[in-house]
Design a protein around this ligand. Structure first.
Ligand code: OSB
Ligand code: MG
Length: 374
């Protein structure tokens, strides 16, 4: 394949409700979508879509939306335009000389992969060898103004059928919140927490108080670079430690496993540089007996569909943050939104990622676009 043109669509999607984590509150999702047009050797050019999961501000990771768009425009797209035999399998290797920027790279790999699969009439799930028809659907619940409100919001998601609840926590908004949710919904509820790096090792005694609540895991209690500290914390807790921010590559995953820093890994394809690296981490974790689940980054339907396929791999033994589109958006940018029903989301089976972008909706939420060409 040859890349003919690349359009960066700059979107601002309003959220159905504010989403608050230990690092801030979002009321809209700023997202760049990547639309690639490819010469596939025969017939008409084929379009492939990718989504950049970098957030508007560099608070979750060093990458942020405008920085990712710039690195794509200035450094990454030119490498792909120069390639005569482009394939999804070689994107990461071609882009490797540019240090970092996994989310920008992942968006480009997605567009190439989507087009390549569409040209061959195959779905991403078939490409991965996924045989499951559905994946369990969990929901990430933001910090709420009060514990009463938290219990009410969790109750709403459980009534809707979500299979697992993840509570965002931060120092001081943790023990009581978890206790009240447990009290309201019982011990059978699949419950986990995510600190987004808000604690330090000095908080170990406080975090140990979470052990009594039978949580599936605690996600990223400490900083991104704190692999050794996470290993030290793991020795003091019964609750399994899951890493998110720290797993920036397959190498980081291997290090975390070897150090005993994580007994569970949250796989986010954007954070690790793409869906093919995500698959490698899945394989590595599975070989080491480490459970994985698919994280989310408030994706539009494009990334949400791709995540639902990835999560069909056999090592994804815990429910992911793969909720229905309506958990964040009143209107998704794809023609048929991703839906959660009975606690599961369907694995898409159409060509490529299996979803179609709605040009009208895209136009409605787009605040700018840039077209790049060979
Ligand atoms: O830490 O998992 C996280 C959203 C943005 C950035 C980081 C995280 C999250 C979520 C939401 O928890 C997951 C989702 O998309 O449902
Ligand atoms: Mg997380």
């Amino acid at each position: 394949m040859k890349l003919l043109s690349l359009t960066l669509h700059d979107l601002r999607l309003p959220l159905v409700a504010p989403f608050t984590t230990s690092f801030g509150t979002q009321t809209e999702r700023r997202a760049y979508l990547v639309e690639g047009r490819f010469d596939v050797g025969s017939g008409e050019p084929v379009t492939g879509w990718g989504e950049c999961v970098a957030m508007a501000e560099p608070l979750y990771s060093a990458e942020y939306a405008d920085g990712a768009a710039q690195v794509i425009e200035r450094w990454l797209a030119p490498v792909l335009f120069a390639a005569d035999e482009l394939s999804a399998e070689t994107v990461a290797e071609r882009l490797a000389p540019v240090v970092g920027h996994p989310m920008a790279k992942a968006a480009l790999e997605m567009a190439v992969l989507d087009a390549q699969l569409r040209a061959g009439g195959r779905s991403f799930a078939d490409h991965l060898g996924v045989t499951r028809d559905t994946v369990p659907s969990g929901v990430s619940v933001g910090l709420q103004p009060s514990t009463d409100e938290l219990v009410r919001v969790v109750g709403g998601y459980l009534d809707a059928g979500y299979a697992r609840i993840k509570l965002k926590i931060k120092p001081g908004v943790d023990i009581d919140a978890v206790r009240e949710v447990r009290r309201a919904f019982g011990d059978e509820l699949l419950l986990q927490v995510d600190a987004n790096a808000a604690y330090t090792l000095a908080d170990a005694a406080r975090l140990r108080r979470l052990d009594e609540f039978g949580l599936l895991l605690i996600e990223q209690p400490l900083g991104e670079a704190d692999l050794r500290q996470h290993a030290a914390l793991a020795r003091q807790l019964d609750t399994p430690i899951c890493l998110d921010e720290s797993i920036v590559s397959a190498q980081a995953a291997a290090d975390a496993i070897a150090l005993g820093a994580a007994s569970v890994i949250n796989i986010k394809p954007g954070r690790v540089g793409g869906y093919l690296a995500a698959r490698q981490i899945h394989d590595l974790a599975r070989a080491n007996g480490v459970a994985v689940w698919c994280g989310g980054m408030l994706e539009t339907g494009i990334g949400r569909a791709a995540n639902a396929a990835l999560a069909g791999l056999p090592g994804f033994t815990l429910p992911g943050d793969i909720s229905g589109s309506d958990r964040f958006y009143a209107t998704d940018i794809i023609t048929e939104p991703i839906t959660m029903s009975g606690g599961v989301v369907a694995v898409p089976r159409g060509p490529g990622f299996g979803v179609e972008v709605d040009p009208d909706v895209l136009g409605r939420f787009r605040v700018g676009s840039r077209e790049l060409a060979r």
